[in-house]
Design a binder for this molecule. Structure first.
Ligand code: NAP
Length: 288
């Protein structure tokens, strides 16, 4: 297939690489051109100097940028993706954004006969690099059926959750759950340190029981060591939580734990942790 990929960040760069390696013809666009040139040197394929030019011959265009406004900037306007896309083609947005944006872009795409899927991902930088992401999708079954086998280049599992916007709603649940789990670990591990327990023995034991989680197994070493310069940035987590809070307000859902943890993330930012991994919640307890 002819594909385009817009946004070669921590996630998009390896995702687009997996598509090219799996035998598709990929044309990429990145706002900072140097990354597009580096991508072409690493994987082959083409790059273009606007999202429109990258999309012109594509059957499916994928994008993975920052937030709602960033997605609007690459999708809409004279140089945007939609200006380059013919009818019957498909636009897939992997950005973590609002469900409202998904509906807005789905309508704009439908005006020219283009299908839109909101498709945020979970699995982080390692998941993107190793091609084992999980994708939560909203939109029409027919478009999902076309896109799913293509996404399998970088996804170990994709699920159509329902109508447009429901992929983003599922991602909101994912982030609400992570906030609570990581804060639980931050408290538990700081308690363990104070009472003098051995981290390896502790986690080897309790991770096998009811408290076990991906975060516990994959983050305990760095949390105890106070290492946070990797992974999923606190700035991104706060962006994602604010999207969830806006949606929760519309439905009068109580997210009091997630809101409290969001406040703790603000304290982590005050410590200089904007780009630290989300597990840096434990930094609030260090040296206390
Ligand atoms: P990133 O490394 O900061 O990369 C962002 C990419 O978007 C860059 O290629 C950037 O271009 C481009 N971009 C941003 N704003 C733009 C704009 N207004 N116009 C054109 N291009 C723009 O971010 P990331 O970690 O890949 O994350 C991307 C998305 O995936 C976010 O929504 C994030 O929440 C989500 N996500 C991330 C992870 C993770 O672990 N990192 C996990 C799951 C989901 P430049 O190179 O020019 O800056």
């Amino acid at each position: 297939m002819k594909l385009a990929f817009i946004g070669l960040g921590v996630m998009g760069y390896p995702m687009a690489g997996h598509l090219q390696k799996s035998g598709h013809q990929v044309c990429v666009y990145n706002r900072t051109e140097a990354k597009a040139i580096a991508w072409q040197q690493e994987y082959g394929g083409d790059y273009a100097i606007t999202p429109r030019l990258a999309s012109e011959n594509a059957d499916i265009v994928f994008c993975c940028v920052g937030n709602d406004d960033d997605v609007r900037q690459v999708v809409l306007g004279d140089d945007g993706i939609l200006a380059g896309l013919a009818s019957d083609k498909i636009l897939v947005d992997h950005t973590t954004a609002s469900a409202e944006l998904a509906k807005e872009l789905s309508s704009a795409a439908a005006e020219q006969g283009v299908k839109f899927l909101d498709a945020p991902v979970s699995g982080g930088q390692a998941g993107a690099e190793n091609g084992v992401l999980t994708v939560m999708v909203g939109g029409e079954q027919e478009a999902f059926n076309v896109v799913e086998p293509v996404m399998s280049a970088y996804a170990k599992f994709s699920q159509l959750m329902g109508d447009v916007g429901s992929g983003q709603l599922a991602k909101m649940v994912n982030q609400i759950c992570i906030a609570g789990v990581v804060q639980g670990l931050a408290e538990g591990f700081s308690f363990a340190e104070k009472v003098g327990l051995d981290p390896d023995k502790l986690v080897a034991t309790i991770a096998k029981g009811a408290a076990g989680s991906w975060q516990m197994e994959n983050r305990y070493k760095t949390m105890f060591a106070g290492e946070y310069e990797f992974g999923f940035a606190v700035d991104w987590m706060r962006k994602d939580l604010s999207i969830a809070f806006n949606e929760a307000d519309k439905h009068q859902v109580d997210l009091s734990v997630a809101r409290m943890v969001d406040g703790f993330y603000q304290e982590v930012q005050d410590l200089g942790g904007n780009r630290w991994d989300t597990s840096s919640l434990i930094a609030r307890y260090k040296n206390k």
